[in-house]
Ligand binder design. Structure first.
Ligand code: FDA
Length: 386
């Protein structure tokens, strides 16, 4: 069988590419439905983009690579498509856009935009060769088909959530064709800690500024049975490396020492721990009492102790022993080395007709719609170049 373009992966980037790649497109996926990650994303409402897409909110070895696609197919272009399909959406927080109804609306929209592109599900790639054309042996329902394609688009994503069908296929294909793959690691992922340190706090949430490497995120943080999660932690995980501490400001924007000093005169009999529980969840105060001296009354507090206490809460250092890994990571950091790919067409610089798009490539966005925008923009860049 002969097609013009074979797209491996019917996820966000693969479908977006198919929607723009012209006639003669076959999209294949081993899953039983297209866009499974879209379906479960954003709690079922899909955080499909962000109003405030900024280049510096993407990580990768080349900090400029993503700029071309993101500036030619922007969040406004995707919002226009969503609105054209009558899908109602809203901004939740920090520019993050979600569907009012269901993430399935985004999948339906992309299927409609794909027009006459053919979609084969439950299909495995058994062999791939390049001999003038790309020759893929595909297996569907026990039957093998040899597909000859002028163009091959690799859109099989990263390694996050293997249970949902994530595989390292994109990296294997890249290496097969002589492309380098940078170190990959789970990102946007909760941290774990030794000795079930926070088990008693599971379910407690607080606003915090979390620092890892040279990045800081001021958002929600959640204690879990295994460690720490919540948006501020997930964001920080992309910048953290094994063995390093993360630094948590538990009282962002609260001039705690000034407040305590001021209260000394007016409410000297109040217990220090009770006052802290007005700024932090009670269970967290109980936990901190084992590390910091929170005994005594406000009236007995010296200036120095108030200052020391604020400093300790502002830079609460914790060393994770790891992360929850690909089992729960939202994305894979690293991937196919962008040095070997054109940022304009997402095509290999060495193998004409071979394109890589989406999460498989070494471009990783922040939490908040950035990763889908990269999938849309890179899929569009490859699709319109075909
Ligand atoms: P994607 O993973 O979407 O698609 C790859 C496709 O290839 C899949 O359909 C898969 O079945 C197929 N495939 C893989 N291996 C194959 C093989 N060997 N053979 C055949 N087919 C194969 N981002 C965001 O911006 N906003 C959000 O709200 C969320 N929420 C979110 C929640 C959760 C739980 C996760 C895990 C991730 C997110 N993300 C997100 C990240 C986002 O889902 C991700 O960045 C994009 O889906 C990446 O799009 P791709 O098309 O590159 O890969």
């Amino acid at each position: 069988m002969k097609v013009q373009t074979l797209i491996l992966g019917a996820g966000a980037a693969g479908m977006m590419c198919a929607a723009h790649a012209g006639p003669g497109v076959l999209v294949v996926d081993h899953a039983k439905a297209p866009g499974e990650k879209i379906r479960i994303s954003g709690g079922g409402r899909c955080n499909f983009t962000n109003l405030d897409i900024r280049f510096e909110r993407f990580l990768g070895q080349n900090p400029h690579f993503h700029k071309s696609a993101l500036s030619r197919y922007t969040q406004w272009d995707f919002i226009e498509m969503v609105s054209r399909h009558g899908i109602a959406w809203h901004e939740k927080t920090l520019g993050q856009l979600f569907c009012d109804e269901s993430a399935r609306d985004i999948i339906g929209m992309l299927r409609a935009e794909m027009g006459r592109a053919e979609l084969w599900l439950r299909t495995e790639l058994r062999d791939l060769r390049h001999d003038g054309a790309f020759i893929a042996t595909l297996e569907r329902e026990g039957e093998r088909t040899e597909v000859h394609a002028d163009r091959l688009v690799v859109a099989t994503g990263g390694k996050s959530i293997p249970k949902m069908g994530a595989t390292g296929l994109a990296y294997d294909i890249a290496r097969q064709f002589g492309h380098a793959v940078t170190e990959t690691r789970p990102a946007l992922v909760p941290f774990t800690f030794p000795d079930k340190r926070f088990a008693a706090l599971a379910g407690v949430s607080a606003r915090a500024t979390v620092r890892a490497g040279d990045a800081a995120f001021d958002e929600g943080m959640l204690f879990t049975h295994r460690g720490l999660s919540g948006p501020a932690i997930l964001q920080a995980s992309s910048y953290w490396r094994e063995g390093e501490a993360i630094e948590i400001d538990l009282v962002p924007d609260t001039p705690l020492a000034d407040i305590l000093k001021d209260l000394r005169r007016r409410e000297g009999k109040r217990a220090l721990a009770s006052e802290l529980a007005r700024h932090l969840p009670q269970r967290l105060v109980d936990h901190l009492g084992a590390e910091l001296d929170l005994s005594g009354r406000l009236g007995d507090l010296s200036d120095a102790r108030a200052d020391t206490l604020e400093a300790a809460l502002r830079s609460w250092r914790q060393v994770p022993n790891g992360s929850e890994g690909y089992r729960t990571a939202e994305v894979t950091l690293g991937g196919i080395d962008t040095a070997g790919i054109s940022s304009k067409t997402m095509m290999s610089k060495t193998v004409p007709g071979l394109h890589f798009v989406g999460e498989a490539v070494d471009v990783t966005g922040w939490l908040g719609g950035y990763n889908f925008q990269w999938a849309w923009s890179s899929g569009w860049a490859a699709g319109t170049a075909i």
